[in-house]
Design a protein around this ligand. Structure first.
Ligand SMILES: NC(=O)c1ccc[n+]([C@@H]2O[C@H](COP(=O)([O-])OP(=O)(O)OC[C@H]3O[C@@H](n4cnc5c(N)ncnc54)[C@H](OP(=O)(O)O)[C@@H]3O)[C@@H](O)[C@H]2O)c1
Length: 291
């Protein structure tokens, strides 16, 4: 199946009432044409006073699956969404509002040709997304931040090799030693953020803040998202629900991975629904996590 929801607008079904900004400011607003034809109304992100706002974006099946397999084939969000063009539009929109896109190394290893930019997933609208970034006084491309403990990355990965996309690999000392054996493109900087076995989420957020970012978009995967959620570092979750039951195949990955998202026996994290859109059979939900 290729190109589900092609060209359909993300029709607004419901929007929470009232201002959500607390006076610090917002990013976004009404979209410029031709983006407004696909996304009527506005998209705004509340900015935080003392730290970057952290957004997360996933596409899930009806039964909570975000990856249909292991390895590189059939493991990306496209297989979950049925290659929904409307979902790609949503991803591109969020990327175009972000200062940085943060991904875990598992997601990076799952797609060697991927780049975390709007133009990569919506080439036909690349100019419109670029114009919106210019209007918002953002640099042409968001910085890609890759989190890895092991440093097990492929230096030839497309996402590390776009000369105009800055990349920061946030890693451990051991990870940096492994990365030092690779030839990395000049746009890639390695930052040692831990002497231990993993990067503490607080330190990762400090690295993000150190770039001057006000809006960070986490595109997964479930391990990294789970850690961010457990650290109460996620503000808004954008969740696309694709109309597919993925089933219980052993190779599927669910949004909630126990090791990342255990909040204690019988406890979960609650969120408020803040908007609902649809494009054909795809549902676009936005939730806000609050303490
Ligand atoms: N449907 C969707 O919307 C969606 C979105 C994103 C990803 N996915 C899919 O999800 C699958 C990957 O899932 P995943 O949970 O394994 O991905 P992940 O969270 O991207 O990757 C996990 C890896 O990230 C690194 N990492 C995470 N937190 C870290 C920390 N605090 N400190 C240091 N390193 C850290 C580690 O890398 P090292 O092993 O290198 O140490 C860890 O093994 C892929 O199939 C991908 O396509 C789907």
């Amino acid at each position: 199946m290729a190109g589900r929801s092609e060209g359909l607008p993300l029709e607004s079904l419901w929007q929470a009432a009232g201002p959500t900004a607390d006076g610090v400011g917002i990013r976004g607003g009404p979209l410029p044409p031709p983006l407004a034809e696909r996304f009527p109304g506005e998209l705004t992100i509340d900015l935080q006073a003392d730290r970057p706002t952290v957004l997360a974006n996933f596409v899930t099946s009806l039964d909570g699956v975000v990856s249909m397999g292991t390895g590189e084939r059939g493991t990306g969000g496209g297989d979950v969404s049925g290659f929904s063009e409307a979902d790609r539009f949503m991803m591109a929109l969020l990327r175009s509002l972000a200062d940085v896109v943060v991904v875990g190394a598992g997601t990076v290893r799952a797609g060697r040709r991927h780049q975390w930019t709007a133009r990569h997933i919506q080439p036909a609208l690349a100019g419109a997304f670029a114009a919106w970034r210019t209007e918002l006084r953002l640099p042409p491309q968001p910085t890609t931040i890759v989190v890895t403990a092991s440093g097990n990355l492929d230096g030839t990965h497309a996402g590390l090799n776009a000369p105009d996309v800055p990349v920061i690999v946030v890693t451990t000392r051991a990870g940096a030693e492994r990365l030092a054996t690779l030839t990395l493109s000049p746009n890639v900087r390695v930052e040692v953020a831990s002497d231990g076995a993993h990067v503490p989420i607080g330190t990762l957020i400090e690295v993000v803040r150190g770039t001057g970012a006000r809006v960070a978009l986490c595109e997964g995967g479930p391990h990294l998202f789970g850690e961010l959620l457990r650290a109460r570092a996620v503000d808004d979750l954008f969740l696309t629900v694709a109309p597919q039951m993925a089933g219980r195949d052993a190779s599927v990955t669910r949004l909630s991975l126990v090791e990342g998202t255990s909040f204690g026996e019988g406890r979960g994290r609650w969120a408020s629904l803040t908007s609902v859109r649809r494009a054909g059979d795809d549902l676009f939900l936005r939730y806000r996590f609050e303490d």
